[in-house]
Design a protein around this ligand. Structure first.
Ligand SMILES: Nc1ncnc2c1ncn2[C@@H]1O[C@H](COP(=O)(O)OP(=O)(O)OP(=O)(O)O)[C@@H](O)[C@H]1O
Length: 371
């Protein structure tokens, strides 16, 4: 029975075990063959090694890799790199200096296999904003522009999976901010699954649907990003900059007040600015430190527009004086996860307990940051 005969959506299944010098890698994880998955963890935890194993650039003592039902590696099989339909984007774009941007992009396209329909050149050029660069030499591009071309070239080869190894790491913050919106757009429109390595949490929060969290050669967690960031058993929610991501659909634009309504699991949010056409999917990052809690919302008594009902699912001390409160939005407490950072005094004064329903007050300015 082929995968298409079952209800199981296509996925990528990887298992690699072996030693490099003093470093032991022992990972087994799978992720859906759609959307963006971040491979996240501290320096030296094995992220690049995993990507290289997936590309067939390295072969571990034990390995198994299945991509969309096709076996690329097991005890007996090892599909060589040049036969793997992958796109690989490195930290530094390696473009052909003697070719124009257009020729570099078409070089990717020439390798296109006929089996899988992908984006055509015009779509890639539009998505990555390359129109004005097409005739230029890569030597006359900024780092961010070069990286956009490298990503475009990789996509035009219509791979089964796009592997990106810290594609933004070589860029300064300004260039990163310039390229991130293009990647967000790609995220919306690209059918090819992307596995990208990063140790920048902000990148993962903005782009990833899922995160594989690594530590010392092991996978510590592999979950949808919204759940992972707010998982009380993992370290990310305990960091000072702990942040939740909320994904929702734009349901209304109020031109008079300049507010967009975003329908998130469990509540509607009013977001300053025009978030784009009704129906589009948008993501909000909400820092725990931008969320306060109250038991009741006195009518008309607050400038805060967003105070959805949420249930407290867990609480952890953060140092001596603060608490991290874990919430699920909605009266049933089953909606999107959210985090709040409040003082221990407020926790005690309000007499809060796990299981309580509260209002999570979110500053509008905090919601307007990325959009
Ligand atoms: N061929 C090798 N021989 C010896 N040690 C190796 C070899 N390849 C990788 N290592 C070691 O394996 C560990 C994991 O390396 P890897 O590059 O995968 O980490 P990483 O998580 O991608 O790190 P970074 O975020 O710094 O790029 C490191 O300690 C590295 O020194």
């Amino acid at each position: 029975m082929s995968l298409s005969d079952t209800d199981t959506p296509p996925e990528i299944e990887a298992r690699f075990r072996g030693r490099r010098g003093a470093f032991d890698l022992d990972v087994a994880f799978s992720f859906p063959a759609r959307g963006m998955t971040a491979l996240f963890g501290p320096s030296g935890c094995g992220k690049t090694t995993i990507l290289r194993c997936m590309a067939g650039l390295e072969r571990m003592e034990e390995g198994r890799l299945v991509v969309n039902g096709a076996l690329w590696q097991d005890d007996k099989t090892f599909v060589p790199t040049h036969k793997r339909p992958i796109g690989y984007v490195f930290q530094e774009a390696s473009l052909f200096a003697h070719l124009s941007v257009r020729e570099n992009l078409l070089f990717g396209k020439r390798r296109t296999r006929a089996t899988r329909a992908g984006l055509d050149l015009d779509e890639v050029v539009r998505l990555l904003g390359l129109t004005d660069l097409m005739g230029r030499s890569p030597l006359r591009l900024s780092g961010g522009e070069r990286q956009r071309v490298a990503i475009g070239r990789a996509i035009l080869a219509t791979p089964e999976i796009l592997l990106m190894d810290e594609p933004l790491a070589a860029l300064d913050r300004f260039a990163k901010n310039e390229i991130l919106p293009y990647l967000e757009r790609l995220h919306e429109e690209l059918a090819i699954p992307v596995l990208f390595v990063t140790h920048d949490l902000l990148e993962a929060e903005r782009l990833a649907d899922r995160m594989v969290l690594m530590d010392k050669g092991l996978v510590r967690a592999n979950e949808p990003i919204d759940e992972l960031l707010a998982d009380p058993s993992l370290p990310l929610a305990r960091m000072p900059e702990a942040t939740a991501v909320l994904t929702g659909k734009v349901t209304d634009i109020d031109e008079v007040y300049g507010l967009s309504t975003l329908m998130v699991s469990g509540a509607e949010f009013l977001i300053p600015g025009n978030l784009g056409p009704v129906g589009s999917v948008r993501r909000l990052r909400v820092a725990a430190s931008d969320v306060g809690l109250t038991r009741s919302r006195a009518s008309g008594g607050s400038s805060i527009l967003n105070g959805p009902v949420a249930r407290i699912t867990d609480v952890q001390p953060m140092g001596d004086f603060q608490m991290t409160v874990f919430l699920k939005i909605g009266p049933g407490g089953r909606g999107a996860p959210l985090l709040a950072r409040i003082t221990r005094k407020s926790w005690d004064t309000l007499g809060l307990e796990v299981g309580d329903l509260v209002h999570a007050l979110i500053k509008s300015a905090a919601l307007a940051k990325d959009v």
